[in-house]
Design a protein around this ligand. Structure first.
Ligand code: URA
Length: 211
């Protein structure tokens, strides 16, 4: 099976905001604000194929058949903790969406993900799941999170990140060829510590002012 494409959302507004986020001297509050704004624009792209139905409404002038979103509610799934920054922006656009959380930490020795938390809504086989994590670095966390979601019954899944490393994309597409990736940038490579280069550092630390 050939892998689903990677969609790079290269709109000038996204690229401009991302440049400010990358700068080491950008303050925490500004970083969070920009991440939320970029999440709006990524959300717009990842939901482009949502199905619409027609309902009859009254405008002040006449009756019309108007489009509205159909079907079961979406579910955004945040990979903790940095996923929450993207999640906030997504929820601004779709406030009625359900929200799931998955907690994975990266073992510093093996760089492999270890699960410590999972909470998801019901009716999983009827929902579109949008899994969010700002950094697709090794790809191990994203793959583990999505495989776990599948075990839990999710069938329709898309993945959104802010930055992706080529190594992470390769791992992801090998394991999950049917899951499309949406990102604002494909960066150059990973360093020996699993950080994306040029990247923006540790997304969680930059969002929350930790070290
Ligand atoms: N996680 C981050 O927060 N940053 C990276 O560069 C890689 C993984």
């Amino acid at each position: 099976m050939s892998a689903q494409p990677v969609t790079v959302v290269d709109h000038p507004l996204v690229q401009h905001k991302l440049t400010i986020m990358r700068k080491a001297d950008t303050a925490t509050s500004k970083f969070r604000h920009l991440l939320k704004e970029i999440a709006h624009l990524l959300c717009y792209e990842v939901l482009r194929d949502l199905e619409l139905e027609r309902i009859e409404i009254e405008t002040p002038i006449e009756t019309m058949m108007a489009p509205r979103l159909e079907g079961k509610k979406l579910c955004f799934v945040s990979i903790l903790r940095a996923g929450n920054g993207l999640l906030d922006g997504m929820l601004d656009l779709v406030p009625s969406a359900r929200v799931g959380h998955i907690g994975l930490y990266r073992d510093p020795e093996t760089l492999k993900p270890v699960e410590y938390y999972l909470k998801l809504p019901e009716h999983r086989d009827e929902r579109l799941f949008i899994v969010v994590d700002p950094m697709l670095a090794t790809g191990n966390s994203a793959v583990a999170a999505i495989e776990r979601l599948r075990e839990a019954g999710a069938t329709n899944i898309k993945f959104v990140c802010l930055l992706a490393a080529p190594e992470g994309i390769e791992t992801f597409q090998k394991a999950l060829p049917d899951v499309p990736i949406f990102t604002a940038s494909i960066d150059r490579e990973l360093n020996d510590h699993g950080y994306i280069m040029p990247g923006l550092g540790d997304a969680g630390d930059r969002m929350y002012g930790t070290k």
